[in-house]
Ligand binder design. Structure first.
Ligand code: ZN
Length: 167
C-alpha cells in the first residue's frame, strides 16, 4: 500500500523507509489491483516456481527456491482454492538440504488478496532466513560433509554449538 500523504508528512525523512517496508518488492508498493492481477495469473497454473541461484555458492548455498502451488479443495459442492507455499534450499545439485515439504518451510494460505500477501511475506521471511544463515562451515568441511544452517551470528550450526557448549 502507498502510505497516506498525511502520514508521509509526519514521518518526514523516515517516510521512504516505512514505504519500502510495506512494499511488495523494492520500489513496488502493494496495491489491491496488483494483488488481483497476480491472483488472476496464478490461477492459470498449478505450480509456480521462483529461484535464486548462487554461482559461486554463498556460505555453501547453491540455490534457494520457492514453490507457490494453487490447489482446489472440494467440500460438498463448494470448491475453494488455496495457495501452498514451500521454500527449499540446495547445497549441491544432488538433493535439497531443505525440501519444500518440510514442516516449518511450507504453509497454506487462502486464495485471496490477504492470503497472497501473507504467502509472499512467508516466502520472503523463510528465504531471507536461509540466505542470512548459510551453512555451518565446520560441518561442510568434514570428511562426510553435512549441511546445516548456522545459528544466529555464531558462525556454526545448532549441533556444533551444542558441542561447544558441552565440552
Ligand atoms: Zn555444524
Amino acid at each position: 500500500m502507498a502510505i497516506p500523504p498525511q502520514l508521509a508528512c509526519k514521518l518526514s525523512d523516515h517516510a521512504a523507509a516505512v514505504q519500502e517496508f510495506s512494499n511488495l518488492a523494492p520500489g513496488i508498493p502493494m496495491t489491491n489491483q496488483m494483488l488481483d492481477d497476480m491472483l488472476e495469473t496464478l490461477s492459470l497454473q498449478i505450480i509456480w516456481q521462483v529461484q535464486s541461484v548462487f554461482s559461486p555458492p554463498v556460505d555453501g548455498l547453491v540455490r534457494i527456491d520457492v514453490y507457490f502451488q494453487i490447489h482446489e479443495q472440494k467440500i460438498g459442492k463448494a470448491v475453494t482454492k488455496y495457495i501452498r507455499v514451500g521454500v527449499g534450499c540446495w547445497g549441491g545439485m544432488d538433493h535439497p538440504v531443505i525440501s519444500h515439504g518440510e514442516r516449518d518451510f511450507q504453509k497454506r494460505f487462502e486464495f485471496d488478496r490477504q492470503g497472497l500477501k501473507q504467502a509472499i511475506c512467508f516466502a520472503q521471511e523463510k528465504a531471507q532466513n536461509i540466505r542470512r544463515r548459510g551453512f555451518c562451515e565446520p560441518c561442510l568441511k568434514r570428511e562426510s560433509p553435512e549441511k546445516r544452517l548456522r545459528v544466529g551470528d555464531t558462525g556454526v550450526c545448532a549441533l556444533c554449538l551444542l558441542h561447544k557448549a558441552v565440552f
